[in-house]
Write a protein that binds this ligand. Structure first.
Ligand code: ADP
Length: 516
């Protein structure tokens, strides 16, 4: 025998895997030496036996089918690639997780299958450990999201109290510049904390799967009009041009989430641009509705582009103050994932940034002249009237702070700790009074229930402002508009609160001397 032939023979017998050859009838015709270590059989004991002896009984029935399939389409492949756990049986009856590769070959006019068999115990246990670690990580991430959602939601209540007290003190301090300055600084800190809480709540609710998109037909023009109204003054304040352009189109989307995604992108564009223009433009191509938010701002370094969508990631700008909390784009990422949109960014340092949101065309409901009106606005201004505010709030510290703020701001306030107390005050109410209530009022009634009861008892349409710590969810629940009723999120912005009161027809007593 030549040296090479002898070497090949040794190699065959002592290959790292057990090797066997099986004929077309499933009978083992060859086994190498390694089979002894892996399978516990002397090679000569395997020859002539059916392949089934190497399989645990529960796999034997299926095995005939697999073998027939293999012969129909013979090519080299991993056995059981569709079976998660493949086992082989040793001579002593014990089993082990096996990795088996098959390859067909012809010899002396007959078709054979070569099988390389190895003990995959170690690999399988690494895989199992990885699967378990991944499941643990997902559980931990979910728990973190739930915890953050709950914590940030519950922190809103004390934050509301602090904000109202600050607003009340600012009114009382008018004329004392030193105190006004301190209170203004405190207000900025409250704003920052509120933004952080809002961001945390949003991102954790999105991540924990607590938010399910509610699809409606939404005209693009109405969303852009809302965004223009919202961002016009911040743009003017920085002397930036803010331009919107869009084709007439209606898309099936979750209006709140879609708007939030664009708010975050436009907010960033304005935040990181000192001169020039922020352009929001939509166009329809054969596959996508594409919305671009483009600015002429400071840009993002190329090596940071990948990370800006991570939670809490902010680009380090030497010496420059941080302008946010690093959650805006994480929210964009989660909302896009939820709605099935793609988001991409291109940026040139010092020249500007362009973020593109690609929305699959299938969601377009109509294009061209848009008959659909904007989604129902649940806030409908009521008739002008002047009166008192009936404050209903079950949390004593928030109630006291709100009462204090409203009184200092010049309103007359009747306050109640529960819907029952509020209904008991009904005989004292008269046309022109306004209800200011929390939406959640303990187990008794919601703010909306209370409003309906009061209106029924009074026989006139009492205007109302309802406050909620989870405004988005509330607006999803309230499908039908309620006349003369506005909804505000908590912690309430005191400016927004007085604006809503004014829109519903109230004015402070101090300002006009009436209001009884
Ligand atoms: P932040 O609250 O810091 O704005 P974001 O998650 O919204 O957090 O953005 C992450 C980072 O990406 C920001 O800190 C900012 O450095 C960068 N960035 C986002 N949008 C822009 C933009 N339009 N121009 C320049 N930088 C941007």
């Amino acid at each position: 025998m030549s040296d090479i032939a002898a070497l090949s023979r040794q190699l065959l017998h002592f290959s790292p895997d057990a090797l066997i050859a099986v004929d077309a009838h499933g009978v083992i015709r060859f086994a190498n030496e390694t089979a002894r270590a892996v399978l516990g059989y002397a090679p000569e004991d395997l020859v002539g036996r059916p392949l089934e002896v190497l399989l645990p009984e529960r796999f034997r029935a299926r095995h005939a089918t697999h073998l027939a399939e293999f012969h129909r389409d013979p090519h080299s492949r991993e056995m059981g690639s569709r079976v998660a756990d493949l086992y082989a049986r040793r001579a002593d009856g014990s089993e082990f997780p096996a990795g088996i590769r098959l390859a067909p070959f012809d010899w002396q006019g007959e078709r054979y299958v070569a099988a390389a068999i190895r003990d995959a115990t170690e690999r399988r246990s690494v895989r199992d450990a990885l699967v378990a670690a991944r499941a643990d990580a997902e559980r931990a991430n979910w728990a973190k999201s739930r915890f953050l959602a709950t914590a940030s939601h519950d922190l809103r209540q004390p934050m509301q109290t602090i904000r109202l007290l600050n607003a009340a003190m600012r009114r009382l301090a008018s004329g004392c510049p030193d105190i006004e300055d301190l209170l203004h600084r405190e207000e900025l800190a409250i704003d920052a904390a509120t933004r952080l809480l809002d961001g945390l709540l949003d991102v954790s609710r999105l991540e924990s799967g607590a938010i399910k998109p509610q699809l409606d037909d939404v005209p693009l023009a109405s969303v852009f009009a809302d965004l223009q109204r919202e961002f016009d003054s911040p743009a003017v304040a920085k002397a930036l041009r803010l331009e919107f352009s869009q084709p007439d189109a209606t898309l099936s989307t979750d209006r709140l989430l879609f708007t939030q995604l664009l708010q975050n992108l436009i907010g960033n564009a304005l935040k990181y641009t000192e001169r020039g223009v922020v352009r929001v433009a939509a166009r329809i191509d054969p596959e996508y509705l594409e919305i671009g938010v483009e600015d002429t701002g400071i840009g993002i370094p190329a090596d940071k582009l990948e990370r800006i969508f991570d939670e809490y990631y902010q680009v380090d700008r030497a010496g420059a103050p941080r302008l946010g909390v690093g959650l805006g784009l994480a929210i964009v990422r989660e909302v896009a994932r939820l709605l099935g949109y793609q988001v991409s960014v291109r940026s040139t340092l010092g020249e500007g940034t362009r973020v593109v949101v690609r929305i699959p065309r299938q969601v377009l409901r109509s294009t061209g002249a848009d008959a659909a009106s904007a989604a129902a606005d649940v806030s409908v201004a009521g008739s002008a009237a002047r009166g008192r505010l009936l404050l209903v709030e079950d949390n004593a510290s928030v109630r006291t702070a709100t009462e204090l703020f409203l009184t200092v701001a010049g309103y007359r306030v009747l306050s109640a700790a529960s819907p029952g107390d509020a209904l008991a005050l009904a005989p004292q109410l008269r046309a022109g009074d306004l209800l200011l209530a929390d939406y959640r009022l303990g187990a008794e009634l919601t703010g909306i229930d209370l409003l309906h009861r009061l209106r029924e008892t009074l026989g006139w349409e009492m205007p109302a402002i309802l406050l909620s710590g989870d405004l988005d969810s509330l607006l999803r629940v309230v499908k039908t508009p309620i006349r003369s009723c506005r909804f505000l999120g908590k912690p309430v912005d005191t400016g927004a609160l007085t604006a809503a009161i004014a829109a519903l027809g109230e004015s402070p007593v101090a300002a006009n001397g009436t209001g009884g």
